[in-house]
Design a protein around this ligand. Structure first.
Ligand code: KIV
Length: 259
């Protein structure tokens, strides 16, 4: 998958599938399924680091995880998130940080949470031939300003934000937690693909956090998360069996011992 093919999928009416990955093991497994793109999201903070927001993720951390993922992927487009405060300080700072992500991870694109005020940043990255995906709607890096993880319903603003990303040179845009009718309207208005998460079925593609859709994550799950498996239960059962068999002396048996 390449950036031009990703964009072309919309013209061809082919829906795009995107999943997150944070390490080499899972990136290889996900890539082998034929998924279109793999996002090294700053959801890393919650999923891997056990933090309560995405804000603490650093540039060095996303590069560390991005490099492991990109090295495992043979087919899918690899997109790496720009963490909080790595693109907001100035256009020069954003260019330098996006450049580090591209050079040190081997990814093909970056993603950043954006509104109308990020136009110059997206334009500068695009002019430097760094493919940029925008992210509008619920922007987790703005959780304190938004007062929580809420559905975003201001249609005029959402459309303005998405249009700004497109006009500034973004090759796609994530729509997070937007009512399906608004997401459908934005999707119809844009030439670049919209990738929905909690934005209904009318986007050009979908993205989910992999451990959520595999049923690996514990605790609260938003309504839009479908469990395509129950791996938390499967893993807990397997680990409990191991503990029981080690304690009971059933493992290792002859079949798992060298004679
Ligand atoms: O960080 C992330 O995983 C994301 C997706 C949920 C879109 O931004």
């Amino acid at each position: 998958m390449t950036v031009p093919r990703f964009v072309d999928a919309k013209r061809q009416g082919r829906r795009l599938s995107v999943l997150t990955a944070y390490d080499h093991l899972w990136a290889g497994l996900i890539d082998a399924t034929g998924v279109d793109a793999i996002l090294v999201g700053d959801s890393l903070a919650m999923v891997v680091q056990g933090k309560s927001t995405t804000l603490p993720v650093t540039l060095d951390q996303i590069i560390y995880h991005g490099e492991m993922v990109a090295r495992a992927v043979k087919r899918a487009l690899v997109i790496v998130d720009m963490p909080f405060m790595t693109f907001q300080v100035s256009v020069e700072d954003a260019l330098r940080n996006a450049g580090r992500i591209m050079k040190e991870t081997g990814a093909s694109a970056v993603k950043l949470e954006c509104g109308t005020h990020q136009a110059a940043t997206i334009r500068a990255l695009a002019n430097a031939d760094i493919p940029v995906m925008g992210h509008v709607g619920l922007k987790p890096q703005s959780v304190h300003k938004l007062g929580g993880y809420r559905i975003q319903r201001d249609e005029e603003q959402l459309l303005k934000d998405a249009r700004t990303a497109e006009e500034a040179g973004a090759f796609g845009v994530v729509l997070e937690c937007v009512p399906r009718a608004i997401a459908a309207h934005i999707t119809a208005e844009l030439k670049i693909p919209t990738i929905g998460i909690g934005a209904g079925p009318d986007c050009d593609g979908q993205v989910l956090v992999t451990p959520d859709m595999l049923g690996l994550t514990g605790g609260f799950q938003p309504k839009f998360v479908k469990h395509f498996a129950e791996l938390r239960t499967a893993a807990t059962d397997a680990i409990s069996s191991y503990v029981r068999e080690v304690r009971g002396g059933q493992y290792p048996d002859d079949a798992h011992s060298h004679s």
